[in-house]
Design a protein around this ligand. Structure first.
Ligand SMILES: Cc1cc2nc3c(=O)[nH]c(=O)nc-3n(C[C@H](O)[C@H](O)[C@H](O)COP(=O)(O)O)c2cc1C
Length: 252
């Protein structure tokens, strides 16, 4: 079984690729949460995987919240995680290892895929140039069969890119991230065509159309899927996204 979360498709691509290789069942974490599905019976010697993007050098809150309620029944043979990030992941592996341990699960392997950046809500942060994004995707595709081999062999493994000052980034910046990450600055400008795609792509159903315009309802997970998928680039985050590009994963 593979639990996954993704806003802009990078992590979905990784989760689906690994699931296909093992014919594993995929569970989309926001959907499981909506349905209050926190208890899973796994068969003898089944593997368990977790795939998600890095938010502020940590697992996203939504993933933390899900894992903190997770009840897994059955004797597992191997537990792995594969994360996607724009650059680096800080102390995510040890943070996630502890979260799993608290649920009685032992993490055996942690993999990291550098994928195109999706975070644009801050000054100075933008999407990657197309060539950089394409190269990251090409390298991730190259890496996938190697990761699949390691999972198949059920080998203990860690290849997380921690980056500089990992403790500071994960524990100081990362912990305070959600205190100031709010959906209040989101708005749709006059280019909005009321297509409702933002409503559809929001993984946590935080957006509705009111009089044809998107409204955000305070339960944002900051994935920026609404911003990146808007066909008219009409969704903006205050002035922070002005003039910036868009990206979401498209299988070519
Ligand atoms: C709110 C937010 C915070 C992010 N923080 C980090 C980070 O700390 N380090 C990093 O390398 N990438 C960071 N990123 C980039 C994403 O981890 C990366 O683009 C990821 O592949 C997006 O996955 P998705 O397409 O499955 O949503 C962040 C993206 C968002 C939206």
């Amino acid at each position: 079984m593979i639990f996954y979360y993704s806003g802009c498709g990078n992590s979905r691509f990784i989760a689906q690729s690994i699931a296909e290789a093992f014919n594993e069942k995929l569970v989309f974490i926001p959907e499981a949460q909506r349905n209050n599905n926190f208890e899973y019976n796994l068969s003898e010697n089944e593997m368990l995987g977790f795939v998600y993007p890095i938010y502020s050098w940590r697992p996203p809150h939504l993933v933390d919240e899900f894992v903190n309620q997770l009840i897994i029944k059955g004797k597992l043979s191997y537990v792995w995680t594969a994360v996607t990030c724009g650059d680096n992941v800080g102390e995510t592996e040890s943070i996630f290892r502890k979260e799993l341990k608290d649920r009685g699960l032992e993490l055996d392997a942690a993999f990291c895929f550098k994928m195109p950046n999706t975070y644009v809500n801050m000054m100075g942060m933008s999407v990657d140039r197309v060539e950089v994004a394409d190269e990251k995707i090409a390298k991730a595709k190259e890496k996938l069969p190697k990761v699949i081999e390691i999972i198949k062999a059920k080998t203990a493994f860690s290849d997380m890119i921690k980056g500089g000052l990992p403790r500071f980034k994960s524990n100081v910046i990362g912990k305070s991230f959600y205190k100031w990450a709010s959906d209040k600055p989101f708005f749709a400008n006059e280019n909005c065509i009321s297509c409702g795609l933002c409503v559809k792509v929001c993984p946590v159903q935080n957006i509705t159309l009111e009089n044809g315009r998107p409204q955000w309802h305070g339960n944002c997970n900051t994935c920026d899927a609404c911003y990146h998928h808007c066909p008219k680039n009409a969704i903006q985050y205050g002035t922070k996204t002005r003039g910036k590009g868009q990206y979401y994963f498209k299988e070519k």
